[in-house]
Design a protein around this ligand. Structure first.
Ligand SMILES: C[S@@+](CC[C@H](N)C(=O)[O-])C[C@H]1O[C@@H](n2cnc3c(N)ncnc32)[C@H](O)[C@@H]1O
Length: 213
């Protein structure tokens, strides 16, 4: 029988995501959104001005970056474990890619030299099924945010899929998300969304907005 350590050694997270983005067009992946409206609305609803330091965790090839720039925000960082995903996004954005700070990093190993006003994560945290990885993420997020910063995390909800991209996920309610983030994060607002994948499947998401206390 395999133990957790063996499983960890066999699964290489970076290789997995590089393969995903090298085999599929960015518009074909199940999480693709032509217009990431909810995320954008929640970012705008923070009321922060265009100089707000925003980080999109696991932004991948998402078009959210394009819309954030279109809105006028001028201090955006996109972090993703996958080089291929970042290259997709950079190619699409052309010269505008230079306005963004790109970080090719595993969020569980990330340490930031700067602090952010807005932390956005759609469909990344729920891939962390290991309690140590979840704790690393929360520790990193706590350190990388200014006091009073806004956090927007979207995951599959309790009725959402059990897997994505062939990987197990943890599904959340606002309460369980709040529990895992701990006391440093105060839950402000939640909403649900049915995401329709490019192949027509329906996936239930929950968006949880917190303030870094
Ligand atoms: C399901 S996709 C979501 C992409 C994007 N947030 C969106 O909503 O379209 C998950 C993304 O997270 C990235 N990712 C997965 N695990 C990661 C980790 N530990 N650190 C950083 N990025 C990660 C993947 O490369 C991929 O781009």
């Amino acid at each position: 029988m395999k133990n957790k350590q063996t499983d960890k050694l066999e699964f290489n997270r970076k290789d997995h995501w590089e393969q995903v983005y090298s085999e599929k067009e960015s518009t074909e992946v199940s999480w693709y959104q032509q217009h990431p409206e909810r995320s954008l609305d929640l970012i705008k609803a923070t009321g922060r001005d265009v100089s707000a330091a925003i980080i999109d965790i696991g932004g991948g090839a998402s078009k959210l970056a394009d819309f954030i720039l279109d809105t006028g925000y001028n201090n955006l960082t996109v972090l993703d474990i996958s080089h291929a995903a970042i290259e997709h996004a950079r190619f699409r954005l052309g010269d505008r890619a230079e306005k963004i700070t790109w970080l090719e990093q595993d969020i569980t190993e990330f340490t930031s030299d700067v602090t952010f006003d807005i932390w956005h994560d759609r469909a990344v945290f729920h891939f962390l099924t290991d309690a140590d990885d979840q704790a690393s993420y929360v520790r990193t997020m706590s350190r990388a945010l200014k006091s009073g910063a806004n956090v927007i995390i979207a995951t599959f909800d309790l009725n959402g899929p059990e897997k994505c991209s062939g990987l197990d996920v943890v599904r959340y309610s606002p309460e369980t998300m709040s529990d895992v983030l701990g006391e440093a994060f105060q839950l402000i607002e939640t909403s649900t969304e049915k995401h329709i994948t490019p192949s027509g499947a329906s996936q239930n998401f929950v968006y949880c907005c917190f303030t870094r206390v």
